[in-house]
Structure formats: structure tokens, C-alpha cells
Design a protein around this ligand. Structure first.
Ligand code: IPM
Ligand code: MN
Length: 352
């Protein structure tokens, strides 16, 4: 019996989570998985009503679940940063979800802005370190608000933190069993401390994985290759900030935020799955947002829980919907409503 915490969150979060749960139920029925869900109302509305962002007890309570399923965090009436840092980043950090796993996979029938590239060429995975780098909050101001102001934002890279991320990436590349190539993405030509550590650790850990080819690319060049030759990549591993940036680029080449799913993974603890797009306030309540990213996140959740058969049914159902049904992946242009897309995926899961 899996215990799943559900945080629908802000904006269109609740709408896409509803469809994800619909598909979860279909997959669970299909393979005989038992689960129960508990819903939490963390997000902008709760904060505006009560002033509370994330109760201290919540993080401990969340540790007791097998997985967390999150819709979206971000509210137009709340200053940017409060909810993102107070809810999303706090959960990633305190639950030590040190991997942010983001597949870049072009499903059949999906339009990509990259000319002459299709599902064969656009299919790789980005492993983003999720608890260190520029995201730790290290640094500060000096003489703030004066002409002499200094702002320092530090990138923290610990050998332990880097090594566990790399090890996960090597294991993942082995398990994925495709080109068996792991590309470290960094900036060794300029960030000669942080990425020196990354590069040394990469080759040291890599000794334990003689079956995995090691490759390196600077982050700027990576942006170029992701557009020009996306087929060169199998698995990419990188730090928190670069991972944040290149996964938005990745989302675009796989058809947009409507289909980009992600997992915040603690391999030894509780992981959290979320569509990587935001709360899309302007589409809220209209039943036109694309739920496939949220549905893909359910697939990743099942995969991580070891329910690979159920995950594979969802993957095939998504492919059937993109190739045979949807006109576009964009909100309002799919040719179907949010709930109709959820219905179709659930039906195709049941029919396999
Ligand atoms: C993401 C988002 C977050 C991040 C924001 C909302 C804090 O952009 O999940 O990629 O920077 O990690
Ligand atoms: Mn981002």
C-alpha cells in the first residue's frame, strides 16, 4: 500500500493534478497497485489567507510518505520568491531530494521547433543536482542600498554532494541502457574551482563504471548542441543552476512546458514529482491547460516506486494521445479540454 501526499498548489496545479490522479487510478487498477492519497493545501491561497507558508510539522509529516505529487507553486498576488523558496525549494532541501531528474523526450506527433529532428533524435535525460550550487542561499549584501553596495551569491559545491549526484547519474545511465554515455555539463574554462571539483569527481567515480562513456561539454556549447545535435546526448549531469537553465531549453525542444515532467529524487528517502512548468495563472480554471506533464510525472513516480509496468502503460498511452489525438500541446489549442486529455490517457492505459 503506497501512501502518496498530494499538493495541488496554485493556479492550474489542481487541474493538472486531477488528471494525473485519474491516470494513476487507471494504471493502479490495471496492474493491481494499492495506494492512498492525502491532500495538502500548501500554496499561495493558503499563504494569503493565513500567512503560513509551510508549517514546520509538514516537512516531517511528508517524510512518512512513499512519494509526493505536486501540481505547481507560484501565485500572481504573492511576491516572487516567497512561495518558491518557502515551499518548493524548502521541500527539495529538507527532504534532501538531491536529484532533479528531467527527461527530454519528444513524443510521436509532437511539434518541435528543431527542424529535421524527431523522436529518434530528441530523447535524453538531464540529471540536475538539486540541493547545492547557487541555490543554497550562501552570500549576502554589504552596504545594501548605497552606491557602494556589494552583493555576493555563492555557489556551494561539496565533494559529497557532487559525488552522490554523479554516482546517481552513472547508475541511471547504466540502467537506461541506451548509448551508455554520460555527459558532464559545466564551465571548466571559467569556473575553475567549482567545476574542477566536478570534473575530478566525474572521472574518479567514472572509474567504477567502465561500461559508461564519459563526455564533457561547457554549458554554453551544450545549449548549442541541444538545438543542433540533440541526438548526441544520452544522459547529462550538471549542477543546480545550469540544470535549471538547460531543462527549460530541453522542455522547448520536446514540445513545450505542457509535456515536461520532472522528479525531485531522494534515492534513500521520499521523492517529489512535478510538472516542470509553473502555475500558469492566466489559464486557471479554464480546463484548457495541458495535463500531460503532470501525467508524465505520475509515470516517473511509478517508475521510481519500482512499478515499471504501470509506468510503461502510461508512457504508451501518452504516445498514443500525442500521435493520434492532440492537434497541439499548447493550452487551448489541443483540440480537447484538460479533462478530456486525462480521460483519453486513462482509457488508453486501461485498453492495453
Ligand atoms: C524549476 C523552477 C524552480 C527552480 C523555481 C520555481 C524556484 O524554475 O523547478 O526549474 O529554479 O528550480
Ligand atoms: Mn526552472
Amino acid at each position: 500500500m503506497y501512501k502518496i501526499a498530494v499538493i495541488p498548489g496554485d493556479g492550474t496545479g489542481p487541474e493538472v493534478v486531477r488528471e494525473g490522479l485519474k491516470v494513476l487510478e487507471a494504471a493502479a487498477q490495471k496492474v493491481g497497485i494499492k495506494y492512498e492519497t492525502t491532500t495538502y493545501d500548501f500554496g499561495g491561497d493558503r499563504y494569503l489567507a493565513t500567512g503560513e507558508i509551510l508549517p514546520d510539522s509538514a516537512v516531517d509529516e511528508l517524510r512518512g510518505y512513499d512519494a509526493i505529487y505536486l501540481g505547481a507553486i507560484g501565485h500572481p498576488d504573492v511576491k516572487p520568491g516567497i512561495l518558491e523558496k518557502g515551499i518548493l525549494l524548502r521541500m527539495r532541501f529538507e527532504l534532501d531530494q538531491y536529484i532533479n531528474l528531467r527527461p527530454v523526450k519528444l513524443y510521436p506527433g509532437v511539434w518541435t521547433p528543431i527542424k529535421d529532428k524527431g523522436p529518434e533524435e530528441i530523447d535524453f535525460v538531464i540529471v540536475r543536482e538539486n540541493t547545492e550550487g547557487l541555490y543554497t542561499g550562501g552570500g549576502g549584501f554589504l552596504k545594501k542600498g548605497t552606491p557602494d553596495e556589494v552583493a555576493i551569491q555563492e555557489s556551494i559545491n561539496t565533494r559529497k554532494g557532487v559525488e552522490r549526484c554523479l554516482r546517481y547519474a552513472f547508475e541511471y545511465t547504466r540502467k537506461r541502457n541506451r548509448a551508455k554515455k554520460l555527459t558532464l555539463v559545466g564551465k571548466t574554462n571559467v569556473l575553475t574551482y567549482a567545476f574542477d571539483l566536478w570534473e575530478r569527481a566525474f572521472h574518479e567515480v567514472g572509474q567504477e563504471y567502465p561500461d559508461i562513456e564519459r563526455d564533457y561539454a561547457n554549458v554554453d556549447a551544450t545549449c548549442m548542441w541541444m538545438v543542433k545535435n540533440p541526438e548526441w546526448f544520452d544522459v547529462i549531469v550538471t549542477d543546480n543552476m545550469f540544470g535549471d537553465i538547460i531543462t527549460d531549453l530541453g522542455a522547448m525542444i520536446q514540445g513545450g512546458m505542457g509535456i515536461a515532467a520532472g522528479g525531485n529524487i531522494n534515492p534513500e528517502g521520499v521523492s517529489m514529482f512535478e510538472p516542470i512548468g509553473g502555475s500558469a495563472p492566466k489559464y486557471t480554471g479554464m480546463n484548457i491547460i495541458n495535463p500531460l506533464a503532470a501525467i508524465g510525472s505520475v509515470q516517473m513516480m511509478l517508475e521510481t516506486l519500482g512499478e515499471e509496468q504501470a509506468a510503461s502503460y502510461i508512457d504508451k498511452a501518452i504516445a498514443k494521445v500525442t500521435s493520434e489525438k492532440l492537434k497541439s500541446l499548447a493550452a487551448g489549442k489541443m483540440g480537447y479540454s484538460t479533462s478530456e486529455v486525462g480521460d483519453m490517457v486513462a482509457q488508453f492505459v486501461a485498453e492495453q
